[in-house]
Design a protein around this ligand. Structure first.
Ligand code: G3P
Length: 217
């Protein structure tokens, strides 16, 4: 399973990268705005900086919602760096754009996916990644993780090659559950990744080892 970090914060990207486990980055317009990155030129420059920090895939989201606009933005974003993946919303023109980008061998991430039907369309269109938003489904009292199970089963039965990118992951437990459910990728905030390190028995065990070592010397 691949680990992506879901942020536009450069320090956090570096911290995850330095762990040696980072496979890529996902961003979205809200995450860019959170870092105060506004205006087309600044946004493009920020993507460039992120692409220089990490070797893996960096999802850059289009703002247009019509086919021509999405393809124009995709063209500009793809020019930034070879590891850019074009993030396209699950809308009619988004699916058309993903099909065309697939024909041109441009990698895509179909975002804002909330149902298995949408995931089937994304795969049929040839999306590289499909991003079901787990946390946001949980927010409305449905079972986000169940959707990952369902998509994983459908993709396996149908032989779809699109990778399942579990998004809107907000806890370390959700990372583990997404792995169990068959996600190919999880994208999550830094604190959820770091939370995987934690176990009280590790801390107790390490303290004891160090104490015994000191006593032995
Ligand atoms: O990857 C999608 C993610 O950024 C959305 O997360 O927590 O805003 O639902 P959240």
């Amino acid at each position: 399973m691949k680990f992506f970090i879901d942020t536009a914060n450069l320090k956090q990207i570096e911290e995850a990268r330095d762990l040696g486990i980072l496979d890529g980055v996902t961003t979205n317009p809200s995450l860019m705005a959170k870092e105060g990155i506004t205006g087309r030129e600044n946004i493009m420059q920020h993507y460039k900086t992120i692409c220089e920090l990490v070797e893996g895939d960096v999802s850059a989201e289009v703002i247009s919602t019509d086919l021509d606009g999405i393809l124009r933005e995709a063209d500009e974003l793809a020019d930034i760096a070879p590891n850019i993946v074009i993030k396209v919303p699950m809308i009619k023109d988004g699916i058309k754009a993903i099909s065309k980008l697939h024909e041109m061998n441009v990698p895509t991430n179909c975002t804002l996916v909330f149902s298995a039907g949408q995931a089937i369309l994304a795969a049929k269109a040839g999306a590289t990644y499909v991003s079901p938003f787990i946390g946001r489904i949980d927010d409305i009292n449905w079972d986000g993780m169940q959707l990952i199970h369902q998509i994983a089963e459908i993709y396996a039965i149908q032989g779809f090659e699109t990778e399942i990118l579990a998004a809107s992951i907000r806890s370390s437990l959700a990372i583990v559950e997404a792995a169990e459910a068959g996600a190919d990728v999880v994208t999550c905030p830094l604190d959820s990744i770091m939370g995987l390190l934690k176990h009280p028995l590790t801390d107790i065990g390490l303290a004891k080892f160090l104490e015994d070592h000191k006593r032995g010397n």
